[in-house]
Design a protein around this ligand. Structure first.
Ligand SMILES: *[C@@H]1O[C@H](CO)[C@@H](O)[C@H](O)[C@H]1NC(C)=O
Ligand SMILES: *[C@@H]1O[C@H](CO)[C@@H](O)[C@H](O)[C@H]1NC(C)=O
Length: 392
């Protein structure tokens, strides 16, 4: 560069001059370079600035990788100390994850977090939708536990009860909850990425998508609501083999005209259930995980509905309650700990964790019915849309 300057920047009279005296062009170039280097150093090294620029009072913890690390086991204060970064609060978080972490730190003070989260595992997002609630506060979020390979089930739900525009003027957000497919192949991964790019209604984390990880899946949904959509009025957690009459749920049960309820949890109420101790059962509960003789009241995981602010409370309490594989039982235990009693729905026939025999007028006034295959969903949904006006 110096060489270039010497050859090109000097007019002929300067060249002549430089033969007799010191080259002025060389000197100018050198001074300019030194100045550039100095500026670079100033800009690149923040610590060069006097400390006063950072207001110590505004120092905030953000970027503890608690809700980020794959399988981070956060019971260790040294681990936490190692991973925390102080930064001034006027600085924008660098990415969505640290934003979500910041939010969760707000709901969970440091000391509590350290004490509470014994052995709890957190997983990275593979696919996330952090912007879903940027522009509108949804009235209802549908959290639908899905399995990676069942694209047909998701398609059927998008066309039917999961249609976000089911009621004009009422904001509905649909999210499918996915883990990592047990036989993950490049094809499945690609298909899900494509699907996600088309519909923007999938969130997926690193845990294995198995029946026994259903609690993890539900907590992913709770965490998502608490982080990205804490002001949603209501949340429903349900499954892909469900028929959900979203219109009835919104208009007759939740009622957008009323002020949103708080501490509200409803569904198909399961009362007086004992842990299943048969090792071959799908619902087996090892005595060392749950020694009690009875479960507290819980709502069937086929479909329960709760007020949006509860997502945060439930997620927080799960940091202190040992995880159990049966997600609906587990959420019941957490509610019990929070002192919140599930409220029976207006009619006992509203939520059904079995398949209700189809009739237009019956399906016109229920919220859930269980055990549907995708093509059945489409068929019955369309039939209901055509005929429900005939029901009183
Ligand atoms: C963290 O948990 C492990 C095993 O659960 C235990 O051995 C270790 O002592 C714990 N560390 C702290 C600091 O509590
Ligand atoms: C749950 O997911 C984790 C992480 O992928 C995996 O290690 C574990 O085996 C899964 N648990 C069950 C019961 O499938």
């Amino acid at each position: 560069m110096l060489f270039w300057k010497r050859i090109h920047c000097c007019p002929p009279w300067l060249k002549r001059l430089s033969r007799t005296f010191v080259s002025p062009c060389f000197t100018t170039g050198f001074v300019f370079l030194v100045f550039l280097l100095f500026m670079l150093l100033m800009l690149s090294s923040y610590s060069w600035f006097p400390r006063k620029l950072v207001n110590e009072d505004n120092l905030k913890l953000h970027n503890i990788r608690v809700f980020k690390g794959k399988k981070s086991n956060i019971n260790n204060s040294a681990w936490i100390a190692k991973n925390m970064i102080y930064s001034s609060s006027h600085e924008k978080p660098q990415d969505k994850t640290s934003q979500s972490t910041q939010r969760l730190l707000q709901i969970m003070p440091m000391g509590q977090l350290r004490a509470a989260s014994q052995g709890v595992q957190f997983y990275d997002y593979i696919i996330n939708e952090p912007m879903k609630c940027q522009t509108h506060i949804p009235f209802l979020i549908l959290l639908i536990a899905a399995t990676p390979q069942h694209l047909d089930a998701r398609q059927a739900i998008r066309q039917t009860w999961g249609n976000e525009n089911v009621i004009p003027g009422v904001q509905v957000v649909r999210l499918f909850l996915l883990g990592r497919h047990t036989q993950q192949t490049f094809d499945i991964e690609q298909a899900i990425t494509r699907e996600s790019m088309q519909y923007h209604d999938i969130i997926q984390q690193e845990y294995l998508d198995t029946y026994n990880n259903l609690t993890t899946k539900t907590l992913m949904g709770m965490n998502w609501v608490a982080t990205y959509c804490p002001h949603a009025h209501y949340v429903m957690k349900t499954d892909t083999d469900m028929f959900v009459n979203t219109e009835y749920l919104i208009n007759k049960l939740l009622k957008p005209d009323l002020p949103p309820r708080t501490n509200y949890f409803t569904g198909s109420i399961m009362k007086g259930y004992a842990p299943n101790r048969n090792k071959d059962s799908k619902w087996y509960m090892p005595p060392d995980l749950y020694p009690g003789d009875m479960y507290p009241v819980f709502c069937s995981g086929t479909g329960y509905v709760f007020s949006g602010e509860l997502a945060e409370k439930i997620f927080k309490i799960t940091l202190t309650v040992k995880h159990l594989p049966l997600e609906d039982v587990y959420i019941g235990i957490c509610l019990n700990k929070l002192g919140i009693k599930p409220v029976p729905p207006p009619s006992p026939s509203d939520f059904n964790h079995w398949r209700v025999a189809y009739s237009d007028c019956m399906y016109n006034r229920i919220v859930t019915s269980h055990d549907f295959r995708p093509h059945e969903l489409v068929r019955y949904w369309n039939q209901l849309q055509q005929n429900r006006h005939t029901c009183a």
